[in-house]
Design a protein. Sequence first.
Length: 161
Amino acid sequence: MVEINKTITLKLIFLISILALASAFYIEYALGHQPCNLCLLERIPYISALIIILLNYKFIQLEKYFILLLILIFSAATILSLYHLSIEQGFIEESLVCDLKKGSDLLSKEDILKQLQEKNISCKDVTFKIMGLSLTSYNIVISLLISISSAKIYLDYDKNK
């Protein structure tokens, strides 16, 4: 059985989180591809992972709980990405999450005009692909791998103290 080194894995998760966020911001701001609401929500686990791993180095006695938190966050991220991919592929319809800006019924005339001028991106429209796959597809794989490796560390935590 392959043994997973806890320290190396946490550093790798930290690096992957930085790369994922840097890539997302580069694609958005340098290349000009606007993200949909679900794409923005899919960034939260990576930001959370950075914070959790930094806190882990400060509060090392809580490490096992931080690892458990990473498992929960990236399991939720996997589910969110699968949901997003289902919308992209047309398996399910877009929900209110994809249309947060239009969710309010109490808009002034100025708000309505401003909203009409904004370019709203649909969750089903893929504006950027790498090797034919959307970023959501890659996010599923990354989130799942982080969940699995974190779970392995958590389950073996007491053995490897």
